[in-house]
Ligand binder design. Sequence first.
Ligand code: ASP
Length: 584
Amino acid sequence: MYRTHNCGELRIKNINTEVVLSGWVQKVRKLGGMTFVDLRDRYGITQLVFNDETDADLSEKAQKLGREFVIKITGKVTERSSKNPDLPTGEIEITVNDLEILSKSEIPPFTIEENTDGGEEIRLKYRYLDLRRPNVQKGIILRHKTTREIRNFLSNKGFLEIETPFLIKSTPEGARDFVVPSRMSEGKFYALPQSPQVFKQLLMIGGYDKYFQITKCFRDEDFRADRQPEFTQIDCEMSFVERDDVLTVFEEMTKHIFKKVMNIDFPETFPRLKYDEAMEKYGSDKPDIRFEMKIHEISKSAKNKGFKIFDDAEYVGAICAEGLASYSRKQLDKLVDFVKRPQIGAKGLVYVKYNEDGTFKSSVDKFYSAEDLKTWADTLSAKPGDLILVMSGNKKETLTQLGELRLEMGDRSELRDKNKFAPLWIIDFPLFEKDEETGQLHAMHHPFTSPKISDIELLDTDPEAVKANAYDLVINGNEIGGGSIRIHNTEMQEKMFEHLGFTKEEAEEQFGFLMNAFKYGAPPHGGIAFGLDRWVALLNGSESIRDVMAFPKNNAGRDLMIDAPSEIDKQQLEDLHLTVVKKF
Ligand code: ASP
């Protein structure tokens, strides 16, 4: 027998019990005639003690143990003379009478502790060692609890978990497909699903009115911050539903997860914000509403005072950072640098200090009187002591830039508390977004999203004004989930493809199977998919989704541990009818 208990469970009540424990050696130290070993497994750490005098041989064996050796011991639970209140097992130790080395270890490349000395690349290369660290385990365990609660909740609501294939034909979620060459069909390729979108819709047509699946999705995207080529969705679909039916079920699921996993209650219904309003007020379609600092337009009062930059701008807007009128020249310069960064791309920033004594000091004092500035302050409900930050330009861009600035100011003022969660729904997204260069319309969500019924007439006359019956769940500035009510008839789907620039033949070639299925009794349906990795990262207080994935890839999409992607041998290439054209 390897163990009677794990390394995290023995307490004072177990005193005098004979136990067998197995685990990893965290640390060995000698102290005043005793040798102590910290034995670790995923449940915790238990202290082992060896008496150098009464049992010299065993003690010597213990002293020779290296870090990360796997051992098995037999011993008796005894009360510690110096207790460690920071450790759940800190009141006891095991007086060992037998020690067996199960497996030796080389010196690990970094320390297996909460705060390791290993950089990310080395930790990813030795991920199996990184996984032993308690804080990594915490994320993995949280992920398990979350998926368990999702399965419980949805199963209790009558949802069926149904798998869909990975080797498929392209699904249009807006990214590039990963493809898999077919050996048996020469020159043909499968695509890996970017999501199970079309399959879940086909399941609705198949009569499975409540479906879910916790599944991998694959998107070949350029590696922006914190993207993974494969990630996990909680994918859901329902038949005979309208938008609010979907929102009700999944709001309840969200509350269930927060309650069961984090013991957090959300007594109120989640706020719902229209896309347009989210853009106007927060400069983002995934606003962080843990704090206010809303954007206000001040175009009217800012224009026609001789300040050319504002006069020429389509839009002038501002935010008010509470209590920051004391910002120094240097701090303000830093903010200007911040908005000028290429990721934000603004040309500049105007500040107005509303001083404690009621006077104003701004970077545009030449053009605006105190009275003018007071008008801005009033629009923003600013008080003496506050700092007003103004940006201008093209409306859409300026709003986005102000949105970024708002988040930065939120961070600086510590308004984005990791332990606070602020969920909301964003609704009424535009159906299309236009490629500014080519003028081509793209589906903002995906091509199967239904327009709002009230907007259908606009489809032919003003497609850009059409709103989609689509929704996102946003928490703390993260898009956690998104979905829509779907198109369920062939004519509407054909029309949608036409708007998206598909010829009839292209639409038929790619999605003929779906439009054909619509001809055999398609129920009205809609659904949603959540990003499990992001959600768990948020619950875990992690910046990166890598923290909550057992085997993540690095920022360049490489698995450093198994060394993938890698070359394949000549025979494999031949079997797959492939030739690699090397670029030099
Ligand atoms: N398939 C969509 C996505 O991956 C989600 C949905 O519409 O249900 O974003």
